[in-house]
Write a protein that binds this ligand. Sequence first.
Ligand code: LFR
Length: 496
Amino acid sequence: MSLFAAVDLGASSGRVLAARVEPGRLAAAEAHRFPNTPLRLPDGLHWDIGRLYSEVLAGLRALGEAHGQPRSIGVDSWAVDYGLLDGAGRLLGLPYHYRDARTGPAVVNAVHAACPPTALYAANGLQHLPFTTLYQLAAESAGSPGALGAAASLLLIPDLLTYWLTGQRAAEVTNASTTGLLGTPDRAWSAPLARLAGIRPEILPPLVTPGTVVGGLRPEVAEETGLAAGTPVTAVGSHDTASAVAGVPADGESWAYISCGTWSLVGVELDAPVLTEDSRAAGFTNEAGVDSRVRYLHNVMGLWILQECLRAWERAGHRWALADLLGQAAALPAGGPVVDPDAPEFLPPGDMPARVAAAARAAGWRAPRTPAETVRCVLDSLAAAYARTVRAAERLSGRRVDVVHLVGGGSRDTLLCQLTADALGLPVLAGPAEATALGNALVQARAHGALGAPRPGDRGGAGGGGGGGGGGVSLEALRALIRATAPPTRYEPTRS
Ligand code: LFR
C-alpha cells in the first residue's frame, strides 16, 4: 500500500495523519496532534505560525519514524488568513487571526461604499463574513500599508506552509475561493476585486487545482524530518472545508453536509453557483470544491461557542469535563432556551456563558443557569440552526435532501447528532471525525495513481483545468472508499 501524509490544521488543533491506500483499501492512523493557540499581542490576535510549522515538521518526522517514507504530503487549514512575503521570501509580520477586531464595521462599510453587497455577490459569490480576506486586506491597506507595499506575494496559510516545505509559491484554488478576490464563476483572480481590497493584483500567486504537485521537500526540511528530499508536496483541497466535503461518505445526490468543528459549515454540493438575491440575503456562499464542484453553504458559528464556554469556566477555576457536561445536558428536557448562534456577539473570544445567557434573555427565555443548561442551550441552538440552514440550502438550490452527513470532531457528540436528526426530521449519518484529513489524503492518493484506474460508469474525475492530477477516479469513488472504511453511525429522528 502507498503511504500519504495529510497535514490538517484546525483552529483549535492540528494533526498529521498517515494514510495507507491501495485500490479499494484505506487505513489511517494519527501520527501527531498538537494544540493551536493564538497569540494575543499588543497589535492584535495572531497565529503562532512558527510554532505551527515546527509542529508540522515534528509530525512529519513522527510519521516517517512510525510508518515509513510517504509518497506525498498535502496541507490544509482554515481559510481566509494569509502571510505576506517580500521578494526574498521573508515573512512580513505574523499572520493575523480572522477573529481579530481589525475588520470592524468601519472597514466593511468602506468596502461596501465602493462596491455594494449585491455587486460584490455577483462578482465573487460569497456570503458576507466580516473576516473574509478582502476585508482583512482593506483593513491592512487602510491602517498599516507598510507590509502590503513591500509584499511580493500573498500566501494563504496552507500555501505559506507549502512554501516553507518546498520553496514554491502557489495559490490553491479551493482556499483562494474564500478570499473574495476570485471571480465567479470563472474562478480566476479578479483585478477589480484586488483593487477593491487595496492590493496590487501582482502579489496573488498563480492558481493551482487540487492534485497538482507544487514542489518537493527542500533538503533542509528533509534533514529536519528524516524524509527524502524532493518528496512531493501535492495541492489538496487546502481549505479544510473543501477536504472535509471531499471526505463526506455520501452516496447518490440527495444529501447535505455539516462539517462540524470550530465552525459548522452547512450546505450541499452543486455543479454551478447560485447567485440569486435570495441566496445572498440568506447568507449562502459558493466556495470552490475539489473537482470544480461548488460548496454551497453557510457558516454556522459551531462548537466555538462551546469551546469558549469551557475556556471561560476554566479561567473562573472550574475544570468541567466536557463528557460529564454533555451527559448532564442530555438528561435535561427538550424545549429549553434557544439562541441564534450566528449573532455577531459570538464571533470574538470572550465570556461566552454570559453572552449565551444574555442572548437567551433577550429572546424572551429564562437564561440557562448551570453549565449543563448552558451546554444544552448551545447544542439545541446549533441543531435548530443546522435544520434551518439545510432547509434553506434545499430551497435555494433546488437540491433535494433526504439525509444529512455530519462529519468532523462534532460527529463524536452523540447528543448533538441526535438533536440535529430531531430538529431536521431526517436521518443523520455521523462520521468520520477525520473527514478532512481523509479527504486530503485521498486527493493526493488519486493524483499519484494509488487508487488505480476509474471503474466504468465513474463520473469523470479530477484533473481538468490548471494541470491538476486526477487519474480519472471520481470524487464519488473516493467517497465510496471512505464509506467502506469508516461506515457512519446512523441517528434516526425521534420526533418529526
Ligand atoms: C473552518 C473554516 C471555515 C472558514 C473559517 C475561517 O475551519 O475554514 O470554512 O469560514 O474556518 O477560516
